[in-house]
Ligand binder design. Structure first.
Ligand code: URA
Length: 208
């Protein structure tokens, strides 16, 4: 299957998913969207009000700000892939529960494997915890870390910067580093479990 086919299959499954209780209150599931060949993937927390209405990730105020941050580094939404750790809105925008994140990870895992991005940017603490379980965002934000052969950059959630405008220069600086990180990153080891014909060259770590 091509990455596009895998992503389409995941989206279809997510749209009718009943694996966790979040399906009861959703209007639309939000699988994620963007390029199946994106070099960079953004993983947020979960759909909010606007995302639940539209079935698309980051389309509310935080999404508008994310688009501005992307534009600042010359990228459009369609150049990247944007998704969340949970694909359905937690009622009242409560935090996603560990069991919901775990249950939904089957979809995120497949999306990551299909896209095989050079860089994963986590937006907020729930996606950060997937890779850096004990990290503090105030310490690690903007820093590139190799996790299981994958380059991960933890960032403040755009909504945090909307609530605390003092964070805006920091998040903009963190974004400004992404083009260089992408340019210096090499394909990840994740592709080793793909069929040999799809394998990319073995990973070489560059200096960060
Ligand atoms: N916040 C998120 O974490 N994800 C969205 O899709 C929207 C807002």
């Amino acid at each position: 299957m091509t990455p596009e086919e895998i992503l389409a299959e995941v989206s279809k499954e997510v749209s009718v998913c009943t694996r966790c209780p979040l399906y009861h209150s959703r209007k639309h599931a939000v699988p994620g969207e963007g390029s199946a060949h994106a070099e960079i993937m953004f993983i947020g927390e979960g759909p909010g009000f606007h995302e639940n209405e539209q079935g698309r990730p980051f389309v509310g105020p935080a999404g508008k700000y994310l688009e501005e941050l992307l534009a600042g580094i010359g990228l459009k939404r369609s150049d990247v892939f944007i998704t969340n750790v949970v694909k359905c809105r937690p009622p009242g925008n409560r935090d996603p529960e560990p069991g919901e994140i775990e249950t939904c990870s089957v979809y995120l895992d497949r999306q990551i494997q299909a896209i095989n991005p050079k860089v994963i940017v986590t937006l907020g603490r729930f996606s950060m915890a997937r890779y850096l379980p004990n990290a503090k965002i105030s310490t690690v934000h903007g820093r590139a870390t190799h996790v299981n052969g994958r380059l991960v950059v933890a960032m403040y959630h755009p909504a945090a910067a909307l609530h605390q405008p003092a964070l805006k220069p920091t998040i903009a600086e963190d974004f400004a580093r992404l083009p260089e990180l992408i340019a210096r990153a090499v394909p990840t080891q994740d592709d080793q479990d793909k069929p040999p014909t799809e394998n990319k060259p073995p990973k070489q770590l560059s200096l960060f």
